[in-house]
Every structure is written in C-alpha cells, then in structure tokens.
Design a protein around this ligand. Structure first.
Ligand code: GLN
Length: 283
C-alpha cells in the first residue's frame, strides 16, 4: 500500500476512536517510517511501505483502535514548543496546562534566580518548561511515583535543563518536611477529577493514564485543600501559588486560597474560555 492509500483507508478506521483520525494516521506513519517528519509524508504520497514498516504501522493502528493514546504509542508529546518523552505511568501533557505555564512565565520573566516547587512531576511538562523559559530559575519537582521521576529526569536532560532541576520522590511536601526550604513559586496541576466522574472519562484517559494522576477525591478538590494548607510553611513572603484547575473548580479553589491567607487571587482562561488557572500571592 502507498502512503496515500494508508492515509485514506486508516483515517476511516480510526473515526470511531479518535477526534483527529487523519492526524493520528500521519503521526503513526511518521513513527513507522523511522521518525520522518510530516513534510516527508506529504512529499512521498506514492511511496510504498516496506514489509517491516507495514508490520510496525499495523501494530500501532491495532493499539490505537483499542484506545491507546497516540502519545503513548509514539512515546512523545510536544508541550510549550518542547519535546517530551512519555510512557504509561505519566500523565500526557495537555494544551490547557500551557495556560498555567505561560502565565507563570509572564509574571516571573523579570525576576532572577527564582526558586520554584512543582508538585506532581508527571512527564516533567511544567517543571521543565519553567526551567527552560525562566533560565535563571531553580526547580524542585516532587512526585509520589517512580515512573514520573525517571521520565522527568530523562526529559530534563534532553531539554538541556537538568542542572537546574532536582527531582524528589515525595508524597506532596513530606520529603521536604524537615527542611527549611522556602520557594518563590509553588505550582501544581494536581489530580482534580471527582471520583464519581472517572467512569465518564474517555477510554483513552481512564484505561491508560495513571489513575493517581487523575482522581482528586469525592469533589476533586482534595489536593487543592492539602497543598494550599501545607504550602504556607514553604512559600516565601510575596510568593506565588499557582494551580491548574478543573473546568468548574476555579471559584472553589480561589476560596480555599483565601481561607489560607492568599491574596490578589485571579484566574486565567484557557483557549476554550474556561477558567483554568488560579493564582494567588502570600503576603
Ligand atoms: N505536572 C504534570 C502535568 O501537568 C503532571 C500532572 C499530574 O500528573 N496530575 O502534566
């Protein structure tokens, strides 16, 4: 089969499982052809795949038809213009999270030598893009699980920021409890899906992405309560607490912050117009 036939036939097959079937086929083709770019696909539409390439492509498609996210199949996701290696066990970085990172970069870009704490490393998306775009900052990145810490370390190396990041295994703040560390910025995109909503998530999220990166207790707010209350011990005067929040959680999270002494709280909308980021200052 030629590249063109594959695109036509398999885009149809993926229609039921994916919102972006054609894009998926092209990404899987790029990978099956050994990591070529999209331009190569466009310039070689009449090229036949070799037997090996076809076998590999069919494996990828079979996985995708079962619902496995494209990012896990090709082991890569772009975030903030950077490449992230991803695999099962880490949350796939989302465009919504770029709203949080962009806002932090904007409010921090004139400040030097910031000490930043990211709670919940995942792929390292937030940690690494902040280190990259705030080039004098030092970041500590905490995660309760081993896979995110490994993946984060790897991504820090490939993105050239590993000297300014420390990855620490920690259940929220507990590993730094007996230190006197204080941070200019504490950031988190914690698990925030209410327990009873997990079942309603798309197969590719609920059956593949790590449950403990998704579920935030009965009302989804457990981590905002815990992190905000504990953060007071670790945040500097005038320090910033910044969260990504679920689509209807901004008001509740702002209230939790007010109740813990944060001020000048504001929200930021994502590209779909949803209040996605809540930021406050500790005076
Ligand atoms: N900080 C990571 C991200 O935003 C992981 C977040 C999580 O696992 N809940 O992608």
């Amino acid at each position: 089969m030629t590249i063109k036939d594959i695109i036509i036939n398999y885009s149809k097959k993926l229609e039921n499982i994916s919102d972006t079937p054609r894009l998926d086929v092209e990404i899987l083709l790029e990978k099956a052809l050994g990591g070529v770019d999209n331009l190569y696909i466009r310039l070689n539409l009449n090229k036949e795949l070799t037997k090996d390439q076809e076998i590999l492509f069919n494996d990828f498609i079979e996985d995708r038809l079962k619902g496995r996210p494209i990012a896990y199949i090709v082991e890569n996701r772009e975030f903030m213009g950077l490449d992230f290696y991803v695999k099962e066990g880490v949350l796939i970085p989302r465009p919504d999270t770029e709203t949080l990172v962009e806002e932090l970069i904007d409010i921090c870009k004139s400040k030097e030598n910031l000490h930043i704490l990211d709670i919940g490393t995942g792929s390292g998306a937030i940690t690494i893009s902040l280190a990259k775009y705030l080039p004098t900052s030092m970041v500590k990145s905490l995660d309760i699980s081993d896979i995110p810490l490994e993946v984060g370390k790897q991504n820090a190396i490939t993105n050239g920021v590993s000297e300014r990041i420390e990855f620490i295994k920690s259940d929220l703040f507990n590993s730094i409890e007996n230190t006197d560390m204080k941070f200019d910025v504490i950031v988190s995109n914690p698990p925030y899906i209410p327990k009873c909503d997990i079942d309603t998530l798309h197969t590719q999220v609920k059956d593949y992405e790590p449950y403990n990166a998704l579920e935030g207790g009965e009302d989804g707010l457990d981590f905002y309560r815990k992190i905000t209350a504990q953060s007071k011990k670790y945040i500097k005067e005038n320090g910033i607490l910044a969260y990504e929040v679920g689509h209807d959680q901004a008001k509740d999270v702002a209230e939790i912050m007010v109740n813990n002494g944060y001020t000048n709280i504001y929200t930021k909308k994502d590209l779909q117009g949803i209040d996605r980021v809540v930021i406050g200052y500790k005076l």
